[in-house]
Design a protein around this ligand. Structure first.
Ligand code: AMP
Length: 215
């Protein structure tokens, strides 16, 4: 099964994708995580990503497409994936449809997670991410056992460089201008399901599972 978790920055896509991995037994594919890993490794490609990411701008499609192409060739992604933060443009969606079709696959559901701008900004300001394993916390709604250490692996908790209010506003503008039109692309195929992205983590997971049709 191939599923897209869709929504604006701070909608909870990453948190919910990680929760769905066990239930669906397919991997999370997060282009944002892949880009941060490349940036942390200090590669030339990582530096190119950072030029866009630190400003809240989308990375150009041609740089993203090779990442996703490589990832889809890996063995764990052969029978499906939870796409988180990809596609971000209609061109990326068309490319993804083509790559999946080449493997006799298609997107079964696009789960569109709805949250308001003030909610996004509040969530992102209080978001902390583990530098080592990528686990995501919210200091109020999903607090770590200690402010500085990950409960899952003991790694250091950090605030993402692009999680400032100013950068989030740019990320939201990019979302509205370039990413939101993807919903039109998938609505035509009849696969979009909308869920309320506000509530407890368990409530939202249950809504997503029901939208996908799994228990
Ligand atoms: P995310 O972790 O999904 O919030 O992504 C963080 C940042 O990485 C975005 O603001 C973009 O700069 C970049 N990024 C991640 N995924 C994509 C993508 N599919 N297309 C373009 N840029 C992306």
């Amino acid at each position: 099964m191939d599923v897209i978790l869709f929504g604006p920055p701070g909608a909870g896509k990453g948190t919910q994708a990680k929760r769905l991995v066990d239930a669906l037994r397919i991997p999370q594919i997060s282009t944002g995580d892949m880009m941060r890993a490349e940036r942390a490794a200090g590669t030339a490609l990582g530096k190119q990503f950072d030029d866009f990411m630190s400003k809240g701008l989308l990375v150009p499609d041609q740089l993203v497409l090779s990442l996703i192409e490589q990832r889809l060739k890996q063995a764990d992604a052969k029978s499906g994936a939870i796409f988180d933060g990809y596609p971000r443009t209609v061109a990326q969606a068309v490319a993804l449809d083509g790559m999946l079709a080449a493997q006799d696959r298609k997107i079964s559901v696009v789960v569109s997670m709805e949250v308001s701008l003030p909610e996004m900004i509040e969530r992102i300001a209080l978001r902390r991410t583990c530098e080592s394993c990528g686990h995501i916390y919210h200091l109020r709604y999903n607090p770590p056992p200690s402010q500085n250490a990950c409960g899952a692996c003991g790694g250091k908790l950090v605030q993402r460089k692009d999680d400032t209010e100013e950068v989030v506003r740019t990320r939201n503008e990019e979302y509205l201008a370039k990413t939101a039109p993807i919903l039109g692309h998938y609505s035509q195929k009849g696969v979009v399901k909308t869920v309320n992205g506000v509530g407890s983590l368990d409530e939202i997971t249950a809504r997503i599972k029901s939208a996908i049709g799994v228990s």
